[in-house]
Design a binder for this molecule. Structure first.
Ligand SMILES: NC(=O)c1ccc[n+]([C@@H]2O[C@H](COP(=O)([O-])OP(=O)(O)OC[C@H]3O[C@@H](n4cnc5c(N)ncnc54)[C@H](OP(=O)(O)O)[C@@H]3O)[C@@H](O)[C@H]2O)c1
Length: 265
């Protein structure tokens, strides 16, 4: 097991999942990085930690617990954070087949996949700024659309997990654009990406298997998190390591309305 000198610290949420684990492994393989896995289930997190250590031969990894669907848990994570943070990868998501609410009464896809991303950005901006240059990578999807700002929690519309998921991934792309604009002068870049189609709990809940390896799914997020080609690049949406047009982020009024809506929670 080797422990190369660390100069950059990355945090990856949902790091015991198919793509999250591959992202964490990909970052820790990059010389000079330490990776903090953020998981909600300690047994799964510990297993992921041991798997990544074994696969990479790297010891620069540790585990933190947080439930990203709950604001208090996200705030507690930031409050106990010590030291710098250079890369935040928002990746955790879920898409239960039936409508479920958090203990705070928020529909769980909206809470995890959208508010969780926004809360993480908000609470970690001070440490990212003091560690800058820093990067935020929001794992979104090409499978996106149907955002209803008047009914984000499917209180009026009938819930189906695919519609709730697609709107959440649209929102991730739009929030990336909103934060890129706001953080422009802080030295923090913000980009969104489609990872890849990977067989996972999430993809199975959506009804498809996924034909790509987790490492293929992780390639674009890892590149955005670590590659010098992305220095200073902000506000983009990427697929297969290439910037792609994002019609959702081009709707500036809707982006601002979404940003304001998220701040109400
Ligand atoms: N798979 C694909 O084909 C695909 C395609 C496009 C985009 N994506 C995106 O890629 C990302 C990763 O997806 P995946 O396919 O790797 O899914 P996955 O294997 O199901 O992993 C999801 C991860 O998120 C965690 N998570 C869910 N809710 C959480 C919460 N409230 N608090 C903390 N952690 C939570 C899960 O933890 P538990 O194990 O404890 O539930 C798990 O670690 C997602 O953002 C997804 O939208 C995936």
């Amino acid at each position: 097991m080797s422990r190369t000198p660390v100069c950059r610290v990355a945090l990856v949420t949902g790091a015991n999942g198919a793509i999250g684990q591959a992202i964490a492994a990909g970052i820790v393989r990059t010389p000079g990085f330490e990776v903090v896995l953020v998981c909600r289930n300690e047994a799964k997190g510990t297993k992921a930690l041991e798997t990544i250590r074994h696969a990479t031969g790297q010891d620069n990894i540790r585990l933190e617990m947080a439930d990203l669907s709950r604001k208090a848990s996200v705030q507690a994570l930031a409050e106990r954070w010590q030291g710098p943070l250079h890369v935040l990868v928002n990746n955790a998501a879920q898409c239960p087949r039936r409508r479920v609410e958090t203990p705070e009464g928020i529909e769980v896809q909206w809470a995890t996949n959208v508010l969780g991303y926004a809360w993480m950005v908000e609470v970690f901006t001070p440490v990212l700024e003091s560690s800058a240059p820093a990067r935020i990578v929001n794992v979104a999807s090409y499978w996106a659309g149907g955002l209803d700002l008047g009914d984000p929690e499917f209180k009026r519309r009938p819930y189906d997990n695919d519609s709730a998921y697609r709107q959440s991934k649209q929102a991730d792309r739009m929030l990336s654009s909103a934060y890129a604009k706001r953080l422009k002068r802080t030295g923090i870049t913000v980009n969104a990406c489609h990872p890849g189609d990977v067989n996972s709990k999430l993809s199975n809940d959506l009804g498809f298997g996924g034909h790509e390896l987790p490492e293929q799914g992780a390639a674009t997020p890892v590149w955005l998190a670590t590659d010098s080609a992305c220095d200073g690049v902000t506000g983009g949406y990427f697929e297969h390591r290439r910037e792609a047009p994002c019609p959702f982020s081009a709707d500036h009024d809707a982006v601002e309305a979404l940003y304001e809506l998220c701040r109400e929670y």
